[in-house]
Structure formats: structure tokens, C-alpha cells
Write a protein that binds this ligand. Structure first.
Ligand code: GDP
Ligand code: MG
Length: 377
């Protein structure tokens, strides 16, 4: 593409559209009813703001940024494919844990304390694609409530949502919520119609119900993949995973492993022995043991990192999830993290953020529009 829309350019330069229009009209550019600027005008505006124009397609830059807000312009020529990050959501008892359990080929269900999923909240599995095993990361813990909470805080971790609907129960309130969350986050949905082995299972009815709420099955000419499975018996789960990898491929998920790590906290807690524990999903760059992190309002140096099997690891690349110890405090699910050069920078940024959050909380209490962040700061 040659040109660029004014609003897009304004967004990327973080200036007002009117400012750009003023700048251009002062220089005699004819802009009556013109929405799209040609390459030369884009360059002229960028020069004014001392922003370098990359010869790579600006539309592509925008597209990449939409998919991964952790990408910077400098990453663009170093991007490599990264595994998809998948969240399984759905109504309670429809078989989320059973499905994940089958996928991991371990016994999460049996070892769960009181039916609540334990673990670091993320698991990496290998899915054969044309005979080659490819990594795929599943987030378990965010479930649909945390997914909503994280989204409310602006965090976007999930690339694909599998929504499990039990064929003997159909679309239920939490199914609707899960669909709403996925749609609002712009995440592609794959439906797993589960428990097809059960007596009374009625997959057709589930498809009917889903099509009534705007999810038309692919096999009926729509664009939502719906796979009939039995998570308990493992029936068709391979097909489900292949569909996940297919949808992922269309998304062209990428990151630059060769830079400092950035990403999102998916869960955190205080461990009596180890101190604050946080599970991080790396969304760009590579995380190393010993890295210094700002993590929401917390900061610290990574003393140890564990993978999804509890093994110590030294590195975690794009889309990997690791549990870390070494933070001074327990961050929140949905907090962003970034590795920085030294501890002073980390401390200062964490403190700045803590102050900002405090003011935000005061503002929230003070009522609408009375005290603004800028009027205090
Ligand atoms: P979650 O609340 O969505 O995590 O649901 P669970 O995975 O804990 O499953 C709830 C119940 O449904 C358990 O008793 C499972 O054994 C059962 N279940 C899950 N998947 C299937 C399936 O494909 N077929 C049958 N017959 N039962 C299933
Ligand atoms: Mg469960």
C-alpha cells in the first residue's frame, strides 16, 4: 500500500488529526475531502515529528501492532513465528479441565484440590502439523472470569479461544459470557462441542443455539469452526488441535525473540516459603533467569524460573509461560511486565506506577470528573 489514512498516521505519531491537517494545509497541501495521504505527504509529516519512516508497509506495521501490542517498530525485521496462546472457556462442568487434561495427557482432574485447577496456569503442548510437532500454549487459570478481569485491565494475552459447550446441556449463561469476552477482545473462537459420547447428547441443537447467537458453524456455511469431541475419551481432540493450529496460522503470530522480554502476568500469589510467585506469559523478547523486571507495581530480579512441569529453566521465549520468584510484591493478573537494565530503573518505574494507581483509586472514589490525574500530578 502506498498511502496511509490521516487518523492512522495521527494514531501512530500520537498527535491529533487536526494538528496534522493544520501542518499540511500551512504547507499548501490540497486536502479537501482527502482521507488518505500519499507516501510523500506521510514522509513530510513524519519528518516534522522527527519520526523515521520505515519503507516497510505502514499498514502492515499497524496490523502487527494490533495483533501484538508488545511489538515495536524495531522488531519488524526480526520477527519469527511464535506459538499460539489458547484459552479454554465455557460453562462450569462442560469439560474444560477434562479437555485440557487429555491434551496434556496427564491427570490434572485427579490431582485437583477441591476441583479447582492448580498449577502455574499455563501448559505447553506439541501438536503435530503435517507431521512436524509445533508448540501451542494453553492458559487454564484465566478461565472466563479472569479473562474478563484481565481484559478490563487492558491485557490481551489470548490468541485463540476454545469455547467448550456440552452437547447434553447446550448454551448456558457462562457460554454466552465466554463468547462475549472473546468477541470483545477480537479473539477468534473455536467451538468444542463436548460430551458427544453421552446419552442425550445433541450436537445439532448446540449448533442451532450457537447460530442463533451469531456463531454460524463452518459446516453450515458460516465461519466458526465447531468440532464435536469427547474430552473424556479423547475423541476428535486431535482434529480440534489441528483446527487451532490452522486458525493460528492464519493469524501470522510473530514476535522478536532477540530483545528484552515484555508480556503479561496471568496469575500471582504469595508462597509462604518462596515469597511472591508470578506466572508470566512472554509476548515479545526472551526472559532470562537473573533478568530485572518491572511487573505492574512490583519489581525485582528473577531468582528462579519454572516451566509448566515445575522444572527449573533459564530462558523463556515468545509465548512461553513461566512461574518466577524474585519479585518484591505480588503483582495482579493482567499487569504488564518488562525486563529492564537495572534495579533502580525497575524500582522507580514500579513506584511511579504504584503512585498512578493510587491516584486512580482516589479518583474513582472522588466521583466523576472532579479530580483528574493531571490536576493532582
Ligand atoms: P469444567 O468445570 O468445565 O472444568 O468441567 P470438568 O472437566 O471438570 O468436567 C465436568 C464433568 O464432566 C466431569 O465429571 C467429567 O468427567 C465430565 N466430562 C467431561 N468431558 C466429558 C466427555 O467428553 N464425556 C463425558 N461423558 N463426560 C465428560
Ligand atoms: Mg475445571
Amino acid at each position: 500500500t502506498e498511502g496511509m489514512d490521516i487518523d492512522e498516521l495521527a494514531y501512530q505519531l500520537a498527535v491529533g488529526e487536526s494538528e496534522i491537517l493544520r501542518f499540511l494545509s500551512v504547507r499548501g497541501a490540497m486536502l479537501d475531502n482527502v482521507q488518505t495521504l500519499d507516501k510523500d505527504l506521510v514522509k513530510m509529516v513524519c519528518m516534522e515529528y522527527e519520526v523515521e519512516v520505515l519503507e516497510s508497509d505502514p499498514v502492515r506495521v499497524e496490523e502487527m501492532a494490533k495483533k501484538n501490542e508488545f511489538l515495536d517498530v524495531e522488531d519488524l525485521d526480526k520477527l519469527v513465528a511464535r506459538p499460539p496462546i489458547v484459552t479454554i472457556m465455557g460453562h462450569v462442568d462442560h469439560g474444560k479441565t477434562t479437555l485440557l487434561d487429555y491434551i496434556r495427557k496427564s491427570k490434572v482432574v485427579a490431582s485437583e484440590a477441591g476441583g479447582i485447577t492448580q498449577g502455574i496456569g499455563a501448559y505447553q503442548v506439541l501438536v503435530p502439523v503435517d507431521g512436524n510437532p509445533q508448540a501451542c500454549v494453553f492458559l487454564d487459570t484465566p478461565g472466563h472470569e479472569a479473562f474478563g478481569a484481565m481484559r478490563a485491565r487492558g491485557a490481551k494475552v489470548t490468541d485463540i479461544c476454545i469455547i467448550v459447550v456440552a452437547a447434553d446441556d447446550g448454551v448456558r449463561p457462562q457460554t454466552n459470557e465466554a463468547i462475549a469476552h472473546a468477541k470483545a477482545a477480537g479473539v477468534p473462537i473455536i467451538i468444542a462441542i463436548n460430551k458427544v459420547d453421552k446419552e442425550g447428547a445433541n450436537p445439532e441443537r448446540v449448533m442451532q443455539e450457537l447460530s442463533q447467537i451469531g456463531l454460524m458453524p463452518e459446516m453450515w456455511g458460516g465461519d466458526t469452526p465447531m468440532i464435536q469431541i469427547s474430552a473424556l475419551k479423547g475423541e476428535n481432540v486431535d482434529e480440534l488441535l489441528e483446527t487451532v493450529m490452522l486458525v493460528a496460522e492464519l493469524q501470522e503470530l510473530k514476535a522478536n525473540p532477540d530483545r528484552n522480554a515484555k508480556g503479561t502476568v496471568i496469575e500471582a500469589c504469595l508462597d509462604k516459603a518462596k515469597g511472591p510467585l508470578a506466572t508470566l506469559v512472554v509476548q515479545n523478547g526472551t526472559l532470562n533467569k537473573g533478568d530485572i523486571l518491572v511487573c505492574g507495581e512490583a519489581f525485582g530480579k528473577i531468582r528462579a524460573m519454572y516451566d509448566d512441569r515445575g522444572s527449573l529453566v533459564d530462558q523463556a521465549g515468545p509465548s512461553n509461560a513461566v512461574q518466577i520468584i524474585g519479585l518484591n510484591n505480588v503483582p495482579l493478573a493482567g499487569d504488564e511486565f518488562e525486563s529492564v537494565d537495572d534495579l533502580d530503573v525497575a524500582r522507580e518505574r514500579a513506584n511511579t506506577r504504584a503512585d498512578a494507581m493510587r491516584i486512580e483509586r482516589i479518583n474513582a472514589k472522588a466521583g466523576e470528573g472532579k479530580v483528574t490525574l493531571s490536576s493532582i500530578a
